[in-house]
Design a protein around this ligand. Structure first.
Ligand SMILES: C[S@@+](CC[C@H](N)C(=O)[O-])C[C@H]1O[C@@H](n2cnc3c(N)ncnc32)[C@H](O)[C@@H]1O
Length: 294
């Protein structure tokens, strides 16, 4: 993600008509909403990409992306990566992980002793840190409380950015990235490479998988229903009507009695009639009604 300060833009200015065309295209295809204040962010990032591929002006670039040609489709994937925010880190939001350990896992695992699988989904997983964090925390909980070798634990990370997913699959992180990983986890799940980077061990990698997907099109994802869905720091980029639609689809992908964990700051009011808010400090999470027939 190009984390450039929008005010530094030195690229061609966009008029209102062009800005509206670009933001509509982005919203239609990804759900992401760019307000007017982000105009120079858009100009800068489009400008940088256009320079890389030798594209002369915004209108021709727009045409190219709309053309339906294979090269235009490919280019779209690169551009989306440049315009989305991939900031993430291991153990990013401790209160949500406390909630997972203190409320969600006890409820799901200890109340059903014959449970043979636990399916978790990280929607908008970026470069994978959230996925590996969830896999580590859950595996440790299972070891402490109930571990059954036969219980299948799978954490699926999904994101619209193909480059972010390939970093996630590689699972190699630099020293700065792993700064919040507790030392016991670091010892058990990572191996330090000669260049000072850390590789996630295969034993953990086999618990996770990564799939490209567009969150505004969840219906198309070939996935079953989940016990837990984490969707943190993703919905903030969408307008409230789009968020509502996404929540509706996430709820459809949750098992009755499953849990939805959102970013703590994502004010949503009452997002869905089948969701019961969980009262836990500094978190925003919901239980899907256990009696729900859907
Ligand atoms: C800020 S990161 C959040 C990463 C992680 N969930 C966390 O909280 O640390 C937001 C991610 O959402 C992804 N994203 C944005 N729009 C998306 C869409 N329409 N479908 C799927 N992922 C999307 C971006 O590519 C980015 O990797």
């Amino acid at each position: 993600m190009a984390a450039l300060n929008g005010t530094l833009s030195c690229f061609e200015k966009m008029d209102d008509v062009l800005f509206n065309s670009w933001t509509s295209l982005l919203e239609e295809r990804t759900g992401m909403y760019l307000p007017k204040e982000q105009r120079s962010f858009l100009e800068t990032n489009l400008g940088l990409r256009m320079k890389e591929i030798g594209m002369q002006d915004y209108a021709s670039y727009y045409q190219h992306l709309q053309s339906g040609e294979e090269s235009g489709k490919h280019e779209w994937l690169t551009l989306v990566d440049r315009l989305t925010v991939h900031e993430t880190r291991f153990f990013r939001h401790q209160p949500s992980l406390d909630l997972l350990e203190q409320i969600i896992l006890p409820k799901l695992l200890t109340s059903q002793s014959d449970r043979n699988q636990l399916q978790i989904w990280s929607a908008g997983c970026s470069t994978g840190e959230e996925v590996y964090t969830l896999a580590m925390v859950i595996e440790q909980f299972m070891k402490r409380h109930f571990y059954d070798e036969n219980c299948y634990l799978a954490v699926t990370g999904m994101d619209i950015s193909i480059p972010a997913l390939s970093v996630a699959k590689k699972a190699v992180y630099n020293h700065y990235k792993i700064r919040d990983v507790p030392s016991s986890y670091l010892k058990e799940y990572f191996i330090e490479q000669d260049n000072g980077h850390y590789q996630v061990l295969d034993a953990l990698k086999k618990r996770v998988c990564f799939v490209p997907f567009n969150i505004i099109d969840i219906k198309k994802a070939l996935l079953g229903t989940m016990d837990i869905i984490f969707c943190q720091n993703v919905l903030i980029y969408f307008k409230s009507a789009t968020r509502k639609k996404i929540i509706q689809q996430l709820v459809e992908r949750l098992k009755p009695g499953g849990f939805l964990v959102l970013g703590a700051g994502e004010s949503l009011g009452n997002p869905h009639p089948e969701l019961i808010k969980i009262d836990f400090p500094n978190t925003l999470a919901f239980l899907k009604e256990p009696s729900s027939s859907k």
